[in-house]
Design a protein around this ligand. Structure first.
Ligand code: KIV
Ligand code: ZN
Length: 515
């Protein structure tokens, strides 16, 4: 059966989306899960774009063993050298170089003639080939490029040593028939195309990314690029889980396979959603919370008689299990560790012990510990805190009554290690907390977005808060979890402030680190 390689760009194209900022520990965590999912290539970032990206790509490439790790680069030697420094210790160093080839991009963005662009592409690939065994070259905005020009530049880039060529629909303009036809045309006209991998990369501006990607596969693409949950700039990239599950479910039609472990999809999707703060729409194909919910009586009746009446994908296929948990207040450390291993977590004894302490605390406050709760506890241990937080929440109290003015009293440990305490009012509990915190962090804060959600089901589910704010003019996103949503909100607010302070410190002191 023909095999399709999966190139995951959640940590590069996905991370470029508005409002997402992951630190190195979070990127590493996602990369480990992508490796478990079985993606062929992980695009871990754009090393020359910032010290934080460099560090993340380097750490991921030093850690991940079973997937190839790549970094994005422009057609300049500095980018290629920086990517090499980040990736050189990998078993199969891979670089992804791109330059735009459409008339509009060449004329207005690059201000270069087509001949100059050919020269840039060829010279950069030749230069990269001296270091990297695997060189992918992308023709940015390929779909809006002149197909004859694409053939010309691809012939030269292949001769220069490229091992993969990517044909992106950068602005999500293609229709499936047109995108498929472009792949067919390139397959028929580019010299040596069978010696390289041909890759598809679709954006979802017109909602056609999955259909376009599949059309490319039908017309000869060997690799598909996309992100988990379809996150990415504007309307996002193609959702890889949709492509993989479509190929699997309609294997009778496509007769193709990927090496993805489909039963890792749900966990990967939840991890990406949790760490990026991008909520999955409930009716999203494959991973939405309603993707397997049958509401109407007629459907439910059919499902009871034979699930295949309405179910073409089972929740188990993507790893969604409703297994009742045997873990509770009286469970021992051994059973707890065993559960971590069964859930795919590889934690040291020290981390298991820390997670176990949190589990016991939670079990005292919550009747039933769900699989979602355990996932949070284990994930928190994997995301080691590599940066010292500058503010730490000590205590938060709120006085609220329908006839009172809501008042919050908050104490925090400040960056100098001093405990400071203030009280402020607001028109609601959350505003009172945020007003108090603004005084404590001594800066101008604007709240750009604020969301709370529950993790798992039940009235005693953990609460998660996400706060996107600007602190002294710089945007930052913070996230945290607590039993109570008000506490989670205060912690998420401080998390956003801390990220911003650390980032500023790194920039000012020219340090390489992880935000
Ligand atoms: O969409 C695009 O063109 C890209 C390239 C950098 C490959 O993401
Ligand atoms: Zn893209």
């Amino acid at each position: 059966m023909r095999k399709i390689d999966i190139f995951d760009t959640t940590l590069r194209d996905g991370e470029q989306a508005a409002g997402i900022n992951l630190n190195t520990a979070e990127k590493l965590e996602i990369a480990r899960q992508l490796e478990r999912l079985g993606v062929t290539i992980i695009e871990a970032g754009f090393p020359a774009s910032s010290p934080g990206d460099f560090e993340a790509v380097q750490q991921i490439s030093n850690t991940v063993q079973d997937s190839i790790v790549t970094g994005l680069a422009r057609t300049v030697q500095k980018d290629i050298d920086t990517t090499w420094e980040a990736i050189k210790r990998a078993e199969q160093p891979h670089i992804h170089i791109f330059v735009a080839t459409s008339p509009i991009h060449m004329e207005y963005k690059l201000k270069k003639t087509p001949e100059e662009v050919v020269e840039l592409a060829v010279e950069s690939v030749k230069y990269a080939k001296k270091k990297f065994p695997l060189v992918q070259w992308s023709a940015e905005d390929a779909f809006r490029s002149d197909p004859e020009f694409l053939v010309r530049i691809m012939n030269k880039v292949i001769a220069a040593g490229a091992t993969t060529i990517n044909i992106p629909d950068t602005v999500g303009y293609a229709t499936p028939a047109e995108y498929g036809a472009l792949f067919k045309y390139l397959k028929e006209n580019v010299t040596g195309i069978d010696q390289i991998k041909l890759s598809a990369h679709c954006h979802n501006d017109l909602g056609m990314a999955t259909a376009n990607t599949i059309a490319a596969i039908e017309n000869g693409a060997d690799q598909v690029e996309g992100t988990i949950n379809g996150i990415g700039e504007r309307a996002g990239n193609v959702a890889l889980e949709e492509v993989a599950v479509a190929l699997y479910t309609r294997n009778d039609f496509y007769n193709l396979e990927t090496e993805l472990k489909l039963n890792e999809i749900k966990r990967t999707s939840q991890l990406v959603s949790r760490l990026t703060g991008v909520v999955i729409q409930p009716n999203k194909a494959v991973v939405g919370k309603n993707a397997f919910a049958h509401e109407s009586g007629i459907h439910q009746d059919g499902m009871l008689k034979n699930p295949e009446t309405y179910e073409i994908i089972t929740p188990e296929l993507i790893g969604e299990t409703a297994a009742p948990l045997a873990l509770g207040k009286h469970s021992g450390r051994h059973a707890f560790k065993d559960r971590a291993v069964k859930m795919g977590f590889d934690l040291s004894d020290e981390k298991i012990n820390e997670a176990f302490e949190s589990f016991k605390e939670l079990a005292d406050r919550k009747k039933e510990i769900t699989e979602d709760d355990l996932f949070v506890l284990f994930t928190n241990q994997q995301i080691e805190s590599v940066d010292t937080p500058v503010y730490e929440l000590k205590d938060v109290q709120v006085q609220y009554g329908t006839t009172n003015i809501p008042t919050a009293t908050v104490s925090v440990i400040d960056p100098n290690g001093e405990e400071i305490r203030k009280a402020e009012t607001g028109s609601g509990s959350v505003e009172a907390i945020f007003n108090t915190l603004e005084v404590l962090v001594q800066g101008k804060v604007h709240i750009l977005d604020y969301r709370v959600s529950s993790i798992g089901k039940g009235r005693d589910a953990l609460g998660e808060a996400l706060v996107n704010l600007s602190y002294n003019g710089q945007a930052s996103t913070g996230r945290d979890i607590a039993q109570d949503v008000l506490e989670a909100s205060a912690k998420a607010y401080l998390n956003a402030i801390n990220r911003q302070l650390i980032r500023t410190d790194l920039r000012e002191n020219n340090k390489t680190a992880s935000l």
